[in-house]
Design a protein. Structure first.
Length: 365
């Protein structure tokens, strides 16, 4: 079967890239031919703007004496490694305009995963419910689609349109338990909860990617992966490092800080990001996928929740594995006598949820 995946645009988010890679891989292992719906990276005006941009960078370099790359824009340099991974591993179906004509190229479209159903991250949100297909005859399935939060962020008009579009889906699954309730309450649709696609692959699957990439040993054994870095969190990291006798290393680059030299803002390769988890003895994170990959690599970890980014994702994931005590909302809530995670029990639960999640895909595709 030829299957298209619709997910959030793949840019700089490691979790977003890897969930797409994982879903593509799982579907291919089932025997399907899979591509990810993608729009061209550059608009039609790019070929007019590009020569002007090169001239501007020539001026900066040779007249103003600034160290700039003449042929590449700063954002192209920042995302060079993530772009390389996407181009190497993600099979893209690139079209500027998505229309019902897509149905003539595929037998099914799978929507998911990640926060693809959150209006804050996907606009127009109706497109994430396959509005562009109209009444085209094609199988529509949602796999681990996420609203990101436990309440409805849709306008009444958006809710009505998306509710109508969901009626055309053969089957709907969501990533969070709260998503099951949202589908029922606001969209009059029955949904089931399944695993984030990244959890359908094994640690060895990701280690194979690490081996194929040019990685280097991490510079510590206490991995700190914080999307929202604050002085309070920095102090907490030092406190944990001293208590556990570990050496902390921060993984994220400051891509938005234009005061820093460009080379310090480059996002690390996806393979190195994965290796950081594999190398760590302990993980401190405020990221959903930071928690996911801590579990995959069987690491002791602690998550600091962020209400603005949404807590339902963390609650739902950690509840699946009885790891609710791994989530705190501030460093003040940390308890030094926190027991170690029993990964034999976690693995047993994971295998059970993997079976259920794969069964959903097999039954509906």
């Amino acid at each position: 079967m030829k299957i298209a995946i619709l997910t959030l645009p793949l840019n700089l988010n490691y979790g977003g890239i890897l969930q797409c890679y994982a879903l593509q891989t799982v579907l291919e292992r089932m025997g399907h031919e899979v591509q990810v719906l993608t729009r061209p990276q550059y608009g039609r005006s790019y070929y007019i703007i590009y020569p002007l941009a090169v001239c501007k960078r020539l001026l900066k370099r040779f007249i103003l004496g600034k160290k700039v790359d003449i042929l590449k824009a700063p954002y192209q340099i920042i995302r060079q490694h993530t772009d390389r991974f996407i181009h190497r591993y993600i099979h893209q179906y690139i079209q500027r305009e998505w229309t019902a004509q897509i149905a003539s190229h595929f037998d099914a479209i799978v929507v998911g995963s990640d926060q693809v159903w959150r209006p804050l991250y996907y606009q127009p949100i109706e497109e994430a419910f396959l509005s562009f297909l109209g009444d085209a005859k094609i199988k529509r399935v949602a796999y681990a689609a996420s609203f990101g939060v436990d309440h409805c962020e849709y306008t009444e008009e958006q809710r009505k349109i998306c509710s109508s579009l969901l009626k055309k889906f053969k089957a709907v699954s969501v990533r969070e338990s709260s998503g099951v309730q949202l589908c029922q309450k606001y969209f009059d649709t029955k949904a089931v909860q399944v695993l984030d696609p990244t959890l359908l692959l094994s640690a060895d699957d990701y280690r194979a990617l690490i081996k194929q990439g040019k990685t280097h040993p991490s510079k510590g054994n206490l991995l700190v992966y914080m999307l929202d870095r604050t002085k309070e969190k920095e102090y907490f990291v030092e406190r944990i490092a001293q208590a556990k006798g570990l050496t902390p290393f921060w993984m994220n680059s400051d891509i938005d800080d234009e005061a820093l030299p460009l080379e310090q803002r480059i996002k690390m390769p996806v393979e190195q990001w994965l290796r950081s988890f594999d190398d760590a003895e302990f993980v401190l994170t405020d990221s959903f996928h930071g928690c996911v990959f801590s579990i995959i690599f069987r690491k002791q970890f602690l998550a600091i929740g962020n209400k603005e980014r949404g807590l339902s994702r963390f609650h739902s994931l950690l509840t699946l594995f009885s790891l609710q005590d791994r989530l705190i909302l501030s460093p003040d809530e940390y308890k030094s006598n926190l027991s170690s995670i029993d990964y034999d029990q976690v693995q047993a639960r994971l295998q059970s949820f993997q079976t259920q999640s794969l069964s959903f895909l097999k039954a509906n595709l």
